[in-house]
Ligand binder design. Structure first.
Ligand code: SF4
Length: 442
């Protein structure tokens, strides 16, 4: 007898694309067992909250959401999973109304835990599952694929991280690096193609580290993915600079479907701060990577992650970083403020950057980012590029899409082009939409 058939569930996700992909997969698994997704305002039997713990603010948002979900759904089974649940299971279990707490490493056990809860033999009232047995491996890979919009899919290929950068809590929350096999990931990508998906974003915690548990390599993976005819576009969500080999860059430059677009975490443009962070490269190495990309893919969009206000980041170090980042031929910065995380090595670094200075540094890098993206977009005004047009639910609103090299464009709404790749002419800036206006070529 299927105990879940006919039940309704509601899903809540905080944090990264990986979490969203995993929530989607949980939804599909429950759907297979007859669980419908509750529409807004409808009573749900099960509420699943997938949490994040990347900053102190994320922790606080998790707690607020848990309390709100319990208040709005007093009779539901509330299941809390994800990175915050991994690091603070006892704290969450103490919240009155939480039914099950399962950390990120055990996401694959959620369905069993929910079934057990609804089983007539269920006796346990503890929100925490029994302690791990010798059979449960902390290295289990929970595959996931989600449809971010009607046009773009997020395909998880890897989880966890072995790097232990001093500011980062992710290896503690998500465990060690592990991955699915190339064969299983190819099957997932083929399913996306069968559903009519055109673009896949390859997602992981440390994506380039793919292959640790299967003896394969990220390079092998992208070569195989490129062969799937139904998929027109791939983007790599983020790849560590030391794992973005020249071989991968050359392959992407020549490939059928890998877009001229990279997202690379730099974190700091000061060698001293990179050392404090235990990052595995220096600024000279990073600069070489950018030059290499630009030499073989001149129109490539390059997004770069940076952290400001890391412990130990003195004024001089920040000035070095700013100068270095300004000098790079990159397209956009993603600026994060350092957040103190329990049990991380960075807490041993004595100099703490005052919040006001952190804020000023963040504003300075955000302005630099605006200038860089403006300069990048300006280069393509008056040119033609292929765009994957995205669905818009509102008839009177313009449509958006991204060129192959990740320039956001806006055109008048023409629903017949939804999920189509069309050549457009790029006309000029639309500052309101952070996009270029475009017309479809006849
Ligand atoms: S590479 Fe560093 S920052 Fe990225 S998840 Fe691993 S430890 Fe964290």
């Amino acid at each position: 007898m299927n105990l879940l058939d006919g039940k309704k569930a509601q899903y809540y996700t905080l944090g990264c694309k990986l979490n969203f992909a995993e929530t989607s997969t949980l939804e599909l698994l429950l759907k297979d067992l007859g669980v419908k997704t509750a529409v807004k305002g409808e009573k749900a039997d099960i509420c699943i909250i997938n949490t994040c713990t990347v900053t102190a603010t994320a922790d606080s948002k998790d707690r607020q959401l848990i309390h709100k979900v319990i208040k709005d759904n007093p009779d539901s089974l509330v299941v809390v999973t994800g990175c915050y649940a991994q690091l603070q299971p006892e704290l969450i279990a103490k919240i009155k109304g939480v039914g099950i707490v399962i950390g990120a490493e055990k996401k694959h056990e959620i369905i069993t835990a929910i079934c057990n809860h609804f089983s007539p033999q269920a006796t346990s009232t503890s929100p925490l599952p029994p302690p791990p047995t010798s059979h449960s491996s902390p290295c289990t890979f929970f595959p996931a694929c989600s449809r971010g919009s009607r046009t773009r899919y997020f395909l998880k290929v890897q989880d966890g991280c072995n790097y232990f950068c001093t500011y980062c809590t992710v290896p503690l929350a998500r465990g060690r690096s592990r991955n699915g096999s190339i064969a299983s990931i190819i099957d997932d990508a083929k399913r996306v193609a069968d559903e009519g998906g055109k673009e896949i974003v390859i997602t992981g915690v440390n994506t380039g580290d793919f292959g640790r548990t299967t003896g394969e390599t990220f390079f092998d993976l992208i070569k195989e993915l490129d062969k799937i005819e139904g998929i027109s576009r791939y983007r790599i969500s983020s790849i560590e600079p030391n794992l973005l080999t020249d071989e991968i860059i050359d392959f992407c430059a020549e490939s059928r479907a890998f877009m001229p677009h990279f997202h690379i975490p730099l974190q700091s443009g000061s060698d001293d701060v990179l050392r404090l962070m235990h990052r595995r490269y220096d600024t000279a190495f990073f600069a070489h990577k950018i030059e290499k990309i630009k030499s073989v893919i001149p129109d490539c969009f390059i997004g770069v992650d940076t952290i400001v206000g890391m412990r130990g980041e003195t004024d001089r170090y920040f000035d070095d970083a700013y100068r270095f980042i300004s000098s790079l031929d990159i397209s956009q910065l993603h600026v994060f403020s350092y957040s103190e995380r329990p049990n991380t090595k960075a807490l041993e670094i004595p100099y703490i950057v005052p919040p006001q200075i952190k804020h000023e540094r963040s504003q300075k890098l955000l302005s630099l980012s605006e200038q860089k993206i403006h300069d990048f977009y300006a280069r393509f005004i008056g040119t033609k590029r292929p765009v994957l047009l995205e669905h818009t639910s509102c008839k009177n609103k313009p449509m958006h899409g991204f060129t192959d090299n990740y320039v956001k464009i806006e055109i008048p709404n023409q629903p017949q082009f939804d999920n189509h790749i069309i050549e457009v002419s790029l006309l000029g800036f639309n500052e309101k939409a952070d996009a270029l206006t475009a017309v479809i070529d006849n």
